[in-house]
Design a protein around this ligand. Structure first.
Ligand code: ADP
Ligand code: ZN
Ligand code: ZN
Length: 828
């Protein structure tokens, strides 16, 4: 670039606007500037924002005087041209501002936003060994005194506007770090542990102790506690081994018994630091040789990839899809390529991640938006630099599609049907599965979609020969799929065979299984105790103040709670509408099921797995671990238990309320119901023996149930696809959903009607609504939806540009300025 020529740069800013901004490049930057670098630019009155250069050119902006770029933050681009193209696609296809896409794509550390807080790095090197400027030393001193400061505070304290370059340098030197991640990473996690006092750690003294104990019959509880402790300690390595207090409590040892034993000098209690859950496992394993059938599927996929870029592997639960993935991954590693392995939710996939890490060790990197920033940036850099020895395989939830892949060869989307691949809020509302296909195209990479219950869309694409289709209809070792039985609730009720919500069929089966010391999974898609309280006299139910929903009772906390905004109140004694005190509970959630079953099976260990019981960071892994070690007999859970779990001793699965799944007012209700039921059924009988599944339903003849029971996905698909075509739904039509939000109901109504009429001018009968959604008020805002159904094959870009144009016109209306509109393309 010539030294004295005038250049402009298009800069992408983290603001929710649909355009890039053009800035003038000071001459002295002419040599350095290029796409992918971060720069600081003035924005608004006196703000400086970190932005990203997307383009350098000589087109003078027509409508405004371009401001100058303030400074350059990077020597090397932090994102690639392919990423920019990918962002652009997301932004256009999902109709979301490009600034939002950048926000979602970049780790927070890269953004140096003004609210970001920093502190001294706990393992910082000696600053004297580094060449620091006066400013940087001043900044370090400030942070030493103040512990934690935001970008904005630092800039004010130092009296300089342009602070980001210094911050960046100190971050690069690891002299400072983001406060948030330091707290997360360096606060040690501790737990109370119980030890056997040293004097009793000899066999002799211990047996004396036990003898004296047994003579004192009153101390029964303590004897039990001690015996339980001894068992757990011996499992953990011997009499000297510590046992965590919470584990003891879980095994029905009472806190008071522990306390008494401590007072008597038998137990000692100490708070110890525990290792955080470490995904990096030490042991390794070699691949399992594929069976002939698996081998054939692998060959079919390989062959398919010579014709098409996307292949759908429809393999029943337990058919060994993971073992096939592993082989494909190895092939692409051998070619020197990077691999992206997309999974619906990291937290729910620890079993799978462990398996991959055993096979590939250091080559696996786990990426998740909730991981701390240092880890994310580390993975980011390895992927960008195409490091040959580390993180060649990225296992990640949806946000990992934004990593700066240098040479991507293969994308695997496991459980491709999962709704959690779709981002709801905030924008961009992208589907990571679909975005991954576009990403792969940019890299000329292959995509394997895998599922036992493919999405209707993907299966349709496969039958239309847009994708290759490979079927794997046999479980590993020819093991049979579980036998399926429907407990007809209408009939059971008539015969008075119901005990609370449980049919005798289910209870008898549970009894038999528990006697054989085998395990059970029960599925109920509803957490809490009972969904609602209701007045017996007038049917009134307590509702959330901010949302249009009933409150759910949580027994554990003895509170009524809103699942949309967490609004919480104590239970109400009498009906607010009629004053009657006859309030009763209707419906049932996981918590209540646990309580009731505990009464029926007093000696059985139950455990819930739902959002409430897995809130703490490691709760989920603990439950999985306890269940696989058979410390839990019955796992009761929401849809969390349907996903990919692989246990050896589950011989019975119960689906407690199939009707709730079937009756949802949503065009995907049957698809979801089929998927959930088949997936949870797939947890039964995965080793050696055939498992059993009992489905409780009052609609025993429902066609979807029949297909589920017959393990007949194709039969289900054939009926469902006809319905979709008849009623203009995906995959034949694409849906764009506009949701208007405002505190004032009349304004939302008026605005929505206006906008719908305006859209009808062009899109005619393709516009549906406006309508209130099922829940018409959330967090004090009224919602109204307009849906557009656009034929598959219509010119996508044109359609969307036109909708955006209409929105612009809409917002020129002063009255409507304060209405929020969110756009959801391909809602799930
Ligand atoms: P899917 O993902 O299709 O549900 P998995 O890959 O989890 O199935 O396999 C189910 C079980 O069978 C796993 O425990 C797995 O280790 C085992 N398995 C599958 N294929 C093989 C094989 N070829 N050799 C040994 N074990 C296998
Ligand atoms: Zn609420
Ligand atoms: Zn009442």
């Amino acid at each position: 670039m010539a030294e004295r020529e005038t250049f402009f740069a298009d800069v992408l800013l983290p603001v929710p606007m649909r355009q890039v901004f053009t800035y003038r490049i000071p001459f002295e930057f002419n040599e350095q500037i290029r796409s992918g670098l971060r720069v600081l630019v003035p924005f608004g009155k006196n703000k400086l924002l970190t932005g990203l250069i997307t383009n350098v050119h000589q087109k003078v902006p027509k409508d405004y005087q371009a401001k100058y770029i303030d400074s350059i933050l990077d020597e090397q681009p932090i994102i690639t041209a392919k990423q920019l193209a990918f962002w652009d696609w997301i932004s256009t296809y999902y109709m979301s501002p490009i600034g939002d896409v950048m926000n979602a794509a970049l780790p927070a550390n890269f953004k140096l936003a003004s609210e970001s807080k920093f502190c001294i790095h706990p393992d910082s090197p000696d600053p004297d060994s580094l060449q620091l400027t006066k400013r940087e030393i001043e900044m370090l001193d400030l942070l030493r005194v103040n512990e934690s400061c935001s970008t904005k505070e630092l800039s004010e304290l130092l009296g300089i506007k342009t602070i980001q370059p210094y911050l960046k340098k100190l971050l690069d030197y690891k002299l400072i770090a983001g406060s948030e991640e330091v707290r997360e990473r360096y606060t040690p996690k501790t737990q109370l542990f119980v030890f056997l006092a040293a004097t009793f750690q000899q066999e002799e003294s211990l047996s004396t102790l036990l003898n004296t104990f047994e003579q004192k019959t009153r101390a029964e509880k303590q004897v039990q506690a001690l015996l339980q402790f001894l068992q757990l300690a011996s499992e953990a390595g011997g009499l000297h081994a510590p046992v965590s207090k919470s584990l003891l409590l879980k095994h029905d040892v009472s806190a008071s018994a522990i306390q008494t034993l401590e007072k008597q000098g038998i137990f000692e209690i100490e708070r110890l630091q525990i290792d955080r859950f470490d995904l990096q496992s030490e042991d390794t394993a070699s691949f399992k040789p594929l069976t002939e059938i698996q081998q054939n599927s692998l060959a079919a996929i390989e062959e398919g990839f010579t014709r098409k870029d996307v292949c759908l592997l429809h393999g029943v639960t337990g058919s060994g899809k993971t073992e096939i993935y592993v082989q494909l991954i190895q092939q692409h590693l051998d070619l020197g390529k990077q691999v992206l392995f997309l999974i619906p939710e990291i937290a729910l996939t620890t079993q799978l991640i462990n398996r991959l890490q055993k096979y590939f060790g250091q080559l696996v990197g786990v990426y998740h938006s909730r991981f701390n920033q240092n880890e994310r940036v580390e993975i980011w850099n390895h992927v960008l630099n195409n490091d040959p020895n580390k993180f060649r395989i990225i296992v990640g939830a949806r946000s990992s599609v934004f990593l700066p892949f240098a040479d991507l060869g293969l994308v695997i989307v496991d459980e491709e049907h999962e709704a959690s691949f779709k981002q709801y809020d905030p924008s961009p509302r992208y589907n990571a599965r679909d975005a991954a296909i576009v990403l792969a195209k940019l890299h000329e990479a292959k995509v394997l979609l895998g599922s036992a219950t493919p999405s209707i869309e993907s299966y349709y694409n496969a039958l239309q020969e847009k994708y290759e289709l490979v079927n794997l209809h046999e479980r590993y070792k020819g093991l049979q799929l579980p036998s399926m039985i429907c407990a007809d609730l209408k009939r059971e009720k008539k015969l008075k065979n119901m005990q609370s919500h449980f049919s005798s069929l289910l209870l008898d089966e549970m009894r038999a299984v528990l006697e054989k010391k085998e395990q059970i999974i029960l599925f109920q898609n509803r957490r809490g105790y009972t969904p609602i309280w209701s007045c017996e006299v007038c049917s009134w139910t307590p509702r959330c103040q901010h949302c249009d929903v009933s409150l759910t009772y949580h027994k554990h906390s003895n509170m009524l709670k809103c699942h949309y905004c967490s609004y919480t109140i104590p239970p109400i004694g009498s009906c607010t509408a009629c004053g009657s005190n006859r309030l009763r509970m209707i419906g049932f959630g996981t918590e209540k099921i646990e309580d009731e079953l505990q009464l029926i099976f007093p000696n059985t260990v139950f455990k819930r797995m739902d959002l409430d019981s897995t809130r703490s960071k490691h709760a989920y892994e603990e439950i999985i671990d306890d269940f696989s070690q058979r410390r839990i007999d019955v796992l009761i859970g929401t849809q969390m238990v349907t996903k990919g779990l692989d246990f050896d001793h589950v011989s019975l699965v119960g689906i407690l309320d199939a009707d709730m799944l079937l009756n949802r007012p949503d065009f995907r209700a049957y698809e979801r119901a089929y998927q959930l039921m088949s997936q949870v059924a797939g947890r039964a009988g995965r080793k050696e023996k055939q498992g059993k599944v009992i489905i409780q339903s009052a609609q025993a003849e429902h066609w979807v149930l029949e297909r589920v029971m017959a393990h007949d996905f194709k039969g289900f698909y054939d009926v469902e696809i006809e319905e979709r075509e008849r009623f203009f739904y995906p995959p034949f039509y694409k849906i764009v959903q506009l949701t208007l939000k405002h505190e004032k109901e009349e304004l939302v109504n008026e605005g929505a009607q206006y906008l719908a009429d305006q859209l009808r001018g062009i899109f005619k009968e393709r516009v549906l609504g406006p309508e209130f959604p099922i829940i018409k008020r959330i967090q004090n805002k009224y919602l109204k939806e307009i849906k557009l159904k656009i034929e598959r094959g219509a010119p996508d870009k044109k359609v969307k540009a036109r909708i955006l144009q209409d929105l612009d016109v809409f917002f020129q209306n002063v009255r409507f300025k304060s209405i929020q509109i969110s756009i959801d393309v391909d809602p799930m």
